[in-house]
Design a protein around this ligand. Structure first.
Ligand code: GAL
Length: 403
């Protein structure tokens, strides 16, 4: 992680990075669902994909912007066919993949698949190394819209290559480039979203935009509070690298698993939303509780996440506030919106009263009066400050506009 000095830069301006896959995709953080945290390999099937697509409609998620149905590891058979092609596991895809993408497209949704830059996927299925262009041609023929690309069994000084290499034989860039180029090669036929999943190695946020549209900036979200702290706090130091066409991916929203309480789920969702992470549900929509559903359907937060400016919030330190602690969620966050400023207040380490004077907020400053609205409670107010009692690990997110 970058130092807090970087995280606390007062200026929230960021610059557009060189976008290599400038194909009109990924101009906002992508929203959707992924099979992985639902039932790992067992969820990589047509049954889960289609049931989830139905839920996107019936739960109103599609109307809120959730779009991608992404199947993760384990969707193919364990080996390629005699022509070197990937084979969808017939037990999981009885009618093949195209039948599923056609159905999903007919519902106005998009479909994603998963591959790996090494010679095997993390779960031991065929990887894409050395097959990049042929595999992308297959994806295009199936109508796939999104491609997550993992980092297991990649070139390594250890022999044989382990699943997770601790001594890589080079930069991950080396093995992400051929897939990027293959995707560029089909650009005229298919605009694929390319999601890099190199777990934040080699400071991917500094070069991810010239390789893909989004990049995982950490190892996995394991669904517990410690993961929310680890990933959420690290997002502060790399905020300036997110912009339309390329976003830091804080990993799936691991809600509804009972590892987080409601306050923690609210902070998890709220922080991912304001830092402009993709909002990808990692949960079983057949089993979702009403309280989790309320969180993922918070339109105010979704609108902030999808704001056209595409600038991520980061931490700021009001006068008298304590210094940030590495790995802990800092209380004060802010980021610019096309029509105002978002301020996040996080009770990451203790419950209490959290107040903000708008003159201390980067992007607000100066004199004047403001109107604000809080996204979880619906509270509104006017004036030069706002104050909230916040329970442990809960969050308040206000949109502030000058009047
Ligand atoms: C990990 C990745 C996870 C999931 C898993 C599948 O490397 O970070 O998000 O894709 O592999 O095996």
């Amino acid at each position: 992680m970058k130092s807090w000095k970087v995280a606390l830069l007062p200026a929230l301006a960021n610059t557009r990075l060189t976008v290599a896959l400038d194909n009109g995709v990924g101009l906002k953080p992508h929203m959707g669902w992924s099979s992985w945290n639902v039932a790992q390999c067992n969820a990589a099937s047509a049954r889960y994909a289609l049931a989830t697509a139905d839920k996107f409609i019936s739960l109103g998620l599609k109307d809120l912007g959730y779009e991608y149905i992404n199947i993760d590891d384990c969707w193919s058979t364990k080996s390629r066919d005699s022509s070197g092609r990937l084979v969808p596991d017939p037990a999981k895809w009885p009618n093949g993949i195209k039948a599923v993408t056609d159905r999903i497209h007919s519902m106005g949704l998009k479909f994603g698949l998963y591959g790996c830059a090494g010679d095997k996927t993390c779960a031991g299925y065929p990887g894409n190394e050395g097959h990049e262009r042929g595999d992308v041609d297959q994806l295009v023929s199936w109508g796939v819209d999104f491609w997550k690309y993992d980092n297991c069994y990649t070139p390594c000084r250890q022999n044989p290559r382990p699943q997770t290499c601790t001594s890589p034989a080079g930069s991950t860039k080396t093995w992400y480039a051929p897939m990027r180029d293959a995707i560029l090669g089909v650009q005229n036929t298919k605009k694929l979203h390319f999601n890099l999943c190199n777990w934040g190695r080699d400071e991917v946020w500094t070069w991810g935009a010239s390789y893909g549209h989004s990049w995982r900036m950490s190892v996995d979200n394991w669904g517990d509070w410690a993961s929310v702290e680890r990933i959420g706090s690290a997002a502060a130091g790399i905020y300036q690298h997110s912009a339309p066409g390329g976003f830091n991916d804080l990993d799936m929203l691991y809600l509804g698993s009972s590892k987080l309480n409601t306050n923690q789920e609210k902070l998890h969702f709220g922080l991912w939303a304001i830092t402009k992470s993709p909002l990808v549900l990692g949960l079983d929509l057949e089993k979702i509780s009403n309280s989790t559903l309320d969180i993922i359907r918070n339109k105010g937060l979704i609108d902030i996440n999808q704001d056209s400016l595409g600038k991520a919030a980061t931490t700021f330190r009001p006068p008298g506030a304590p210094a940030p602690v590495n790995g802990k969620i800092y209380p004060y966050w802010a980021g610019p919106l096309s029509d105002g400023v978002v301020v996040g207040l996080c009770a990451g380490t203790s419950a209490g009263t959290y107040s903000v004077n708008f003159k201390d907020v980067p992007g607000l400053g100066g004199s004047g009066s403001y109107e604000w609205r809080e996204m979880y409670t619906g509270q509104t107010g006017k004036g030069t400050s706002a104050s909230f009692n916040i329970g442990l690990h809960d969050m308040r997110v206000i949109k502030v506009m000058k009047v």
